[in-house]
Design a protein around this ligand. Structure first.
Ligand code: 3H9
Length: 703
């Protein structure tokens, strides 16, 4: 594509209009900066032009640098577009709609004025990609709005709505409609103003903030320390903003560049960029094209007002969707509604939700006890007790009552979606919609395709998931589906490590150091040891060779269900969720290991980490090999959004690629020799190792 097509330049009276046209989001791909530079030059050279506008075609201004171009080691241009915009002898107005993010906002900050359409969002979200604003954003934003506010925006990466951006001083004007027309009138109004404001020349806000709060940078480093462990980007972002307060503008830009380059080559940024695209790739189901119609879902029903059902109803309400919550008895319904209200109230108390917004959300949830009351809903999600006969009974009722064309979804976490669908006369309308707990918080949504689920049902469930703020990933139907099935070996292995001499606190520390917010044993205590026990029992009943976990079974049999009983893998003080290592548990572990005759060893952190994660990598390969997952990156997204895997490590399979498929195979083959069948390398793992193919390129065999 030629530069002309990526950037257009036209005249409207005395105003030159520069339009970036690089769908879908006007990223700054090669050719775009060059096109803008040429247009600015043309505008300055044309005596008939008094001012210019920089805007974007289509649905957005500029969503930032082209993320695919990072890490390619491309030389930086001699003249930075932002600097050229700022140095222009005629004033330039950025006319923004949709998004002005990253490099997009940095271009706008190079301009002399910024106006936007209502509904626009602006921000410097580079930190989410393990980067920092490398186009002058860390030097210009603090000069424009003060380092304190700039530091908050840059270290959170949040997208700021236009109205707030105007209050902050990022935007000069917000229009209700006709962006370009309004921007032209604005530009005509300022065309003769001299001198016009160049952000690089401002310093009053820098001085005022530094006087008021000289310790702000150290305070920020302290504030983020836990969240930012193992990462460089949060610290480099702070250092770059700090440089704006200690160095002259040109020196600050140099410092920003050094700090940026350090990040661009980091493993952390590579992983985060991978995760960005993996998340978008997951929305594409290989055999479901754009031609497959998507059902419009405007009213939802949820069956079951327990913890899961309530959380799902909240997810709908949080995203503006009216939802009817159905329970079998008034008492259970009242309990469910009270729990929802309490959850919302906690958010209000914590300050994360405004009281009036809470009321609006709560009002979207209508409690009902009759199936007839949900019959006209566009979709229903069943979230009743995890037992096949109970689920089938619900689906038979849904089949009898729901209108034609309704989506019938089950929130089972492991049961056979085909068998559930068989309770209806419309299995094509049935699919799994597996939410993760707590459903109103966790973004993961596993969309399970039954044998008879229609493409329309799957595409519509994916779209519904996105509409209620989830990250939907489609997969096939098997015991545990993809997320829980790929995680199951990890869950076993962590208990087997105890048999061999580890303690829960040792394993948890390794995983927290790796980047998990909580260790797996502490998570087990939160979820409840009874849940794990029920799953193991179901699997053991179905498979006589199922590897038993006697230590976990013993704790369950002692009534140690976790936090809710004050003891599980750890012990808990009343009213406190802090896990305390429990000598009683250490004793049980020791005794059980002795009864089992297992030799006791000591483990390095790396051995613990690899035993846990590689057991899951092997199973993940098997899942791909069976065609249950469509691609390795889908599994990564499930681990990021479902299990708290640290995003800056990319996901399970991306992490395994850092070891390499050959070494992973060799390690697993060695453990197979040592421990037997549960470590049998999958056929796909062997193939990847033999061909030297990375995990992230693993795909199911062609049908
Ligand atoms: C940066 O600017 C560094 C600077 O400081 C300069 C340093 C020198 N590049 O998300 P969607 C694609 S770093 C390439 O589904 P939405 C995306 O992959 C950058 N591609 O839409 C998808 O492709 P496909 C800072 C990009 O409406 C399609 O566009 N900027 C980019 O849900 C639609 O995207 C950011 O971090 C990009 N920058 O959300 C913003 N952006 O259709 C990143 C999008 O093939 N972008 N694509 O799957 C976003 O956050 C969202 O895309 C956005 C729209 C909010 C804009």
């Amino acid at each position: 594509m030629s530069e002309k097509e990526l950037v257009r330049f036209e005249k409207r009276g005395a105003i030159g209009i520069i339009t970036v046209d690089n769908p879908p989001v006007n990223a700054l791909s090669p050719g775009v900066p060059e096109g803008i530079l040429a247009a600015v030059e043309a505008g300055n050279a044309d005596p008939a032009i008094k001012a210019m506008i920089l805007t974007g075609a289509g649905r957005s201004f500029i969503a930032g640098a082209d993320i695919r171009e990072f890490g390619k080691g491309k030389p930086r241009p001699a003249r930075k577009t932002q600097d050229v915009l700022e140095e222009s002898e005629k004033p330039i107005v950025a006319a923004i709609h949709g998004f002005a993010l990253g490099g997009g906002l940095e271009y706008a900050l190079g301009c002399h004025y910024r106006v936007a359409l209502k509904g626009t969002k602006v921000g410097l979200p580079e930190i989410a990609l393990g980067l920092l604003p490398g186009g002058g954003g860390t030097q210009r934003l603090p000069r424009l709005i003060g380092p304190k506010k700039a530091l908050d925006l840059i270290t959170s990466g949040r997208h700021v709505p236009a109205e707030e951006a105007k209050q902050l001083g990022i935007l000069d004007e917000v229009f209700d409609a006709d962006l370009v027309g309004s921007a032209v009138r604005f530009a005509e109004g300022i065309a003769d103003t001299r001198p016009f404001r160049r952000i690089c020349e401002l310093s009053d806000k820098l001085e005022a903030d530094m006087k008021a709060e000289p310790g702000m940078f150290d305070a920020k480093r302290k504030e983020i320390a836990r969240r930012a462990r193992n990462q460089k980007a949060p610290y480099n972002n702070i250092a770059a903003v700090e440089a704006s307060t200690t160095l002259p503008f040109a020196e600050g830009l140099k410092r920003e560049r050094e700090l940026f380059e350090e990040l661009e080559k980091s493993e952390e940024s590579r992983a985060l960029r991978y995760a960005f695209f993996a998340e978008r790739e997951a929305m594409r189901v290989p055999d479901i094209g754009k031609d497959v119609p998507v059902k419009k879902v405007e009213t939802m029903a949820v069956v079951g007002a327990g913890t899961m059902g309530g959380g799902i109803a909240m997810s709908c309400a949080d995203f503006g969707m009216p939802v009817r919550l159905l329970e079998a008895s008034q008492e259970a319904l009242d309990r469910g509604m009270a729990r929802i209200r309490k959850n919302y109230e906690v958010s209000v108390q914590r300050g994360s939700l405004a009281a009036d917004e809470m009321e609006r959300r709560f009002a979207r949830i209508t409690p009902v006890i009759d199936y007839d009351d949900i019959a006209d809903c566009d979709a229903v999600i069943e979230a009743v007790f995890e037992q096949m006969d109970v689920k089938k009974e619900v689906f038979a009722k849904l089949d009898a009552t729901m209108k034609d064309g309704a989506l019938l979804l089950t929130n089972t976490s492991a049961l056979d979606v085909d068998e559930i669908a068989s309770a209806t006369k419309r299995p094509e309308a049935v699919a799994g919609a597996h939410f993760f707990s707590p459903a109103n918080v966790m973004k993961m949504l596993e969309v399970v395709r039954g044998e008879k689920s229609s493409k329309e049902t799957v595409a519509s469930t994916m779209a519904l998931g996105k509409a209620i703020g989830k990250v939907p990933v489609a997969c096939g139907n098997c015991d545990g589906f993809v997320a829980n099935r790929s995680r199951a070996p990890f869950n076993s292995e962590m208990v087997i490590l105890l048999e061999e001499g580890c303690l829960p606190e040792q394993v948890d520390k390794v995983m927290i150091d790796f980047g998990y917010p909580m260790g797996p044993f502490a998570v087990g205590d939160l979820a409840g040891l009874d849940i794990g026990y029920a799953g193991r029992k179901r699997r053991a009943d179905a498979n006589p060779n199922y590897r038993k976990l006697p230590i976990a079974d013993k704790l369950y049999e002692m009534g140690r269900y976790g936090q809710k009983t004050g003891a599980g893998w750890y012990r808990y003080e009343k009213g406190d969720r802090t896990p305390h290592p429990d000598p009683e548990v250490a004793k049980i572990i020791k005794e059980t290991a002795a009864e089992m005759g297992v030799e006791q060893k000591t483990f390095t952190d790396q051995e613990i980490l690899r035993r846990l994660l590689l057991s899951s990598v092997n199973e993940a390969c098997r899942i791909i090999e069976e065609g249950i997952a469509y691609r390795a990156s889908d599994i990564d997204i499930m681990w990021l959004y479902g299990f708290g895997f640290p995003r800056y490590r990319g996901g399970l399979m991306f992490w395994a690629d850092q070891i390499g498929s050959r070494d992973v195979y060799n390690q697993i083959a060695a453990w197979h020799q040592q421990y037997g069948d549960r470590w049998k390398p999958s056929a796909l793992l062997r193939q990847l190792a033999e061909s030297g193919t990375p995990f992230r390129e693993a795909k199911p065999p062609a049908k």
